[in-house]
Design a protein around this ligand. Structure first.
Ligand code: GLC
Ligand code: MG
Length: 446
């Protein structure tokens, strides 16, 4: 084990955080640190529209120079489950189990340094022993939610305060230094004092500062009690989404009412995050999903990511019949494809790009009135010459209950002499990432 560690360490920074530190050459323009349930994800929005709006905004304008951090109370098990249920992006950093587990990148490499730090004045067995003395008030949560540095229960609202007080006294007497957090008017988490969403963020910010890559702006987003700590980190902007819980609003009224960097959004969940980006002038806040017609849209935020988002959004709208059934669109897409360019379908079939676009033409409205959504994740471009980019991303399609995705690699080149002239698609190659068994491959168009 000791040897393993030596291999995966470069200098003093473990390989996990290196993944993130090295992705950006300079400080992130914006780092968003968002809670998931009822903040990034709206469980009352079965169409996930605000989440999809956020996704398009992030991939088109921020992915290439900013950092997305999810900070959730969920354990890795329940976090992965949520990702299967909702059209969520892949964050750069994932903080789980109420700030007790930090992982980096798509492969979720854990931060071992953080785990070590949390062992101070913490003993899970003692916590279990003391809490067992409150069988009336405390109901243990599912086994998946009991983690190395987190013990979680359900507690009724009217019992929460008294139990919290009694428990802190009992655990202090036993020599532990714990933090007890009440969230959503039901969940009670017991963590080491040094843990929590706020402490985890402070730890990350310290790492970035050491590397000279402190994000230019940080925006924290939350809705419930375990998010309160995020708003007490100095220097960050904060948004409590419209649907924030009583306990968070109360915390704010008592502790941060005069902080102009924290707002209570007028919009719910991810729409509230977009609202805050605009309110604090943190960067572009017009989601491509809020742009009706791309042919008329001014080319302001031109970058390969924007081009990819725009194309797949058109594709979704074309099949849902949400744009006019006009040949002008297909002609314009063909004009943006290199005549000799090739499209490699995930089945391996090769076709001229322009033929593929023609095929798309005949699918107008075939998903009309149905559940059909398309989104792209992890859109990253590398410049391969002065006028061309290799763009890699994961493309997802949700059709009814079926979800499929493929890794896509595309070469885009500049159409004219300046970036505002737009892009030409030179080559597209797709490989299945996730696919339901026995599914008709030809249903996958582009
Ligand atoms: C998530 C976790 C749960 C925790 C709650 C509040 O729902 O699954 O264990 O108590 O967040 O932090
Ligand atoms: Mg929440």
């Amino acid at each position: 084990m000791g040897e393993m560690k030596a291999i995966v360490n470069f200098g003093n920074v473990p390989v996990g955080s290196r993944i993130i530190m090295d992705r950006l050459n300079t400080s992130a323009r914006l780092m968003i640190v968002s809670d998931l349930d009822h903040t990034m994800v709206d469980h009352h929005d079965s169409e996930n529209l605000s989440l999809l709006r956020f996704n398009a905004l992030w991939e088109a304008n921020y992915r290439h120079d900013s950092l997305l951090v999810f900070s959730t109370g969920r354990s890795p098990t329940l976090y992965k489950q949520l990702r299967k249920e909702k059209p969520m992006l892949t964050p750069d950093i994932t903080i789980m189990s109420v700030g007790t587990e930090i992982t980096y990148g798509n492969s979720m490499v854990p931060d071992d340094g953080w785990v070590e730090y949390l062992n101070q004045k913490w003993d899970k067995d003692i916590v279990r022993e003391e809490t067992s003395k409150f069988p009336e008030e405390l109901t243990l949560q599912a086994e998946t939610e009991q983690r190395a540095h987190k013990v979680s229960f359900y507690v009724k609202k009217d019992k929460a305060q008294a139990v919290t007080k009694a428990l802190s006294e009992a655990l202090e007497k036993r020599g532990l230094d714990v933090k007890i957090i009440y969230s959503g008017g039901i969940d009670l988490d017991i963590l080491p004092q040094g843990a929590g969403k706020g402490q985890a963020l402070a730890y990350l910010l310290k790492k970035f500062r050491t590397e000279g890559k402190l994000p230019v702006n940080t925006l924290v987003c939350g809705d419930s009690g375990n998010d309160a700590e995020l708003f007490s980190i100095p220097e960050v902007h904060g948004v409590m989404v419209k649907n924030a819980q009583e306990e968070l609003l109360q915390w704010h009224a008592e502790n941060a009412r005069d902080n102009p960097k924290i707002i209570h959004a007028k919009e719910r969940c991810a729409a509230g995050i977009i609202e805050a980006i605009g309110y604090f002038h943190l960067g572009p806040n017009l989601s491509p999903r809020d742009v009706g017609d791309f042919l008329e849209c001014k080319l302001e935020n031109v970058n390969p990511g924007h081009e990819v988002v725009k194309f797949y959004l058109f594709y979704e709208r074309w099949r849902r019949a949400e744009v006019a059934h006009s040949e002008v669109y297909i002609a314009s897409l063909k004009a943006n494809s290199l005549p000799s360019g090739v499209f490699v379908h995930p089945s391996g079939l090769e076709q001229q790009l322009t033929d593929r676009i023609s095929a798309l033409g005949s699918h107008y409205g075939d998903k009309q009135g149905q559940q059909f959504r398309v989104w792209v994740d992890r859109v990253l471009a590398s410049e391969i010459s002065s006028d061309a980019w290799l763009v890699k991303f994961n493309k997802w399609e949700l059709s009814g209950e079926e979800r499929q995705s493929c890794v896509t690699t595309a070469i885009l080149s500049l159409k004219g002499s300046s970036i505002s002239d737009g892009f030409t698609w030179v080559h597209v190659h797709q490989t299945w990432l996730e696919r339901s068994e026995g599914k008709d491959e030809s249903a996958w168009i582009v």
